[in-house]
Write a protein that binds this ligand. Structure first.
Ligand SMILES: NC(=O)c1ccc[n+]([C@@H]2O[C@H](COP(=O)([O-])OP(=O)(O)OC[C@H]3O[C@@H](n4cnc5c(N)ncnc54)[C@H](OP(=O)(O)O)[C@@H]3O)[C@@H](O)[C@H]2O)c1
Length: 334
C-alpha cells in the first residue's frame, strides 16, 4: 500500500517540550469509534486518511473499546495489515490507569498494574514497544515514586520510548518532574490534559509549569467530544442520529448538552464563520494558538471529519479582537 508521498509537507510538526520528539499538530485518538462493533473498513479508512495527511501519531489506552482492549486489538490488526514497513514513521501511545480487570491490580497507578497492563497492550497491538506509555490518571494512594518508577522501568526495558502522564494537576506534575530529575529517571516527556474552549483550566494551572520544565502537551477532547462543532446547533435536530450523544456507548451524555454550553457554541460559531472556518476548525486553531500546546488530540467517526479538522492548520492565527471576543464568550474561569 503506497501512502501519499507528500504527507509530511502540509502537516505542522511541533517539538514535544525540550525532547527530540516531534508530533503532528493534530493527532488521532481511538477512545471512540475503534471498538469491537465498529465497521473495520471505516477504521482502516480513518487511519489511512490520517496518515496521508501527515497525522503519524495514534493514541490509545488499554481500556479503549468497547469492550476494553478492543481498540488496541483493532489498531494492531490495521498496523499489521495496512502499515507494514511504516512502524518507524509512527508514534503509537498507550496508557494504563483506569479499571481494566477485576481485583486490586487492574486499576490506578501501582507498578504491578502498569507493567502488567503494558505487556497486555503490546500483545494486543502486536508491537515490541510503544512510543509513549502514560500513567492515565493520578492515583492518590500509590506513592508517586512507584508510578513514575514503573514508567522508568518500561523505558529501561525498551517497552516504551518516552514516558507520559495524563490528567495530573499542576502541583502533581511539578512533583513528578522533581522526582524523575532527582533520580535520573526517564523524564516526563509529555503531559496529556483535558483542554478546549469550554474548559480552560490548564491555562492557569499547568502550562506555565510544562513550559518551564520542557514537557510537551497534547490536549485531549479539543472539540469537547463534538460539542465544539456545529453538530448540536440545529434546533430541529438537536441530537443527530450519527453523533456521540446519541450513541449509548458514547461518553457524551445528552444532559451534558446544556443550553448555556450550546449558547456559547452558537456565539463562537459566528466568529468561526467570519474567519472562514468550520466550528471544529476554529476550536482546534484556538487550542493550537498557544505554542506550549504541542498537539491537539482529536477523535473522529469518519475520514471527512479528519480532513475538516486538518483544515484548521490553514489558519492558526487570531487577531487580538477575535481573542477578546472569544474570551468574552468562553472566559478562562468559565
Ligand atoms: N487521557 C485521557 O484521560 C483521555 C480522555 C479522553 C480522550 N482522550 C484521548 O483524546 C482523544 C480524543 O477524544 P475525543 O474523541 O473526545 O475528542 P474530540 O475531538 O473532542 O471529539 C471527537 C468527536 O467530535 C466530533 N467531530 C470530530 N471532528 C469533527 C468535525 N470536523 N466536524 C464535526 N464533528 C466532529 C465527532 O463526534 P461524533 O462522533 O458525534 O460525530 C468525534 O467523535 C481520544 O481518542 C483519546 O485518544 C484521552
Amino acid at each position: 500500500m503506497a501512502f501519499n508521498p507528500d504527507r509530511y509537507d502540509d502537516m505542522l510538526y511541533r517539538r514535544c517540550g525540550r525532547s527530540g520528539l516531534m508530533l503532528p499538530a493534530i493527532s488521532l485518538g481511538m477512545w471512540h469509534n475503534f471498538g469491537g462493533h465498529e465497521n473495520h473498513r471505516n477504521c482502516v479508512d480513518m487511519m489511512k486518511t490520517a496518515f496521508d495527511l501527515g497525522i503519524n501519531h495514534f493514541d490509545l489506552a488499554n481500556n479503549y473499546g468497547p469492550p476494553p482492549g478492543a481498540a488496541e486489538t483493532r489498531v494492531g490488526r490495521i498496523l499489521r495489515e495496512e502499515f507494514a514497513g511504516y512502524r518507524d514513521e509512527l508514534i503509537i501511545s498507550t496508557k494504563a490507569g483506569y479499571r481494566m480487570w477485576p481485583g486490586p491490580y487492574g486499576d490506578l497507578g501501582s507498578r504491578k498494574y502498569l507493567l502488567a497492563s503494558l505487556d497486555q497492550s503490546l500483545k494486543r497491538l502486536g508491537l515490541d514497544y510503544v512510543d509513549i506509555f502514560y500513567s492515565h490518571r493520578p492515583d492518590p494512594d500509590t506513592p508517586l515514586e512507584e508510578t513514575l518508577g514503573a514508567l522508568e522501568q518500561a523505558v529501561r526495558q525498551g517497552k516504551a520510548l518516552y514516558a507520559g502522564i495524563s490528567s495530573y494537576d499542576g502541583a502533581r506534575y511539578v512533583q513528578s518532574v522533581s522526582i524523575t530529575e532527582s533520580r535520573g529517571w526517564a523524564p516526563v516527556t509529555i503531559h496529556q490534559p483535558y483542554y478546549n474552549l469550554l474548559s480552560r483550566g490548564i491555562e492557569s494551572d499547568l502550562l506555565q509549569h510544562t513550559a518551564l520544565h520542557g514537557t510537551g502537551v497534547i490536549v485531549f477532547c479539543p472539540l469537547a467530544q463534538g460539542m465544539l462543532t456545529n453538530k448540536y446547533l440545529d434546533p430541529d435536530n438537536p441530537i443527530p442520529e450519527q453523533s456521540r450523544a446519541a450513541d449509548p456507548d458514547g461518553f457524551l451524555r445528552p444532559e451534558q448538552l446544556t443550553e448555556s454550553a450550546l449558547e456559547k457554541v452558537r456565539q463562537l460559531n459566528v466568529i468561526a464563520e467570519a474567519r472562514g472556518q468550520s466550528m471544529a476548525q476554529m476550536s482546534l486553531s484556538w487550542v493550537l494558538r498557544d505554542e506550549r500546546v504541542t498537539s491537539a488530540l482529536i477523535g473522529a467517526r469518519n475520514s471527512d471529519q479528519i480532513r475538516d479538522c486538518v483544515g484548521a492548520l490553514k489558519k492558526l492565527e487570531f487577531t487580538p479582537e477575535e481573542l477578546a471576543r472569544i474570551d468574552a464568550i468562553a472566559p478562562q474561569a468559565g
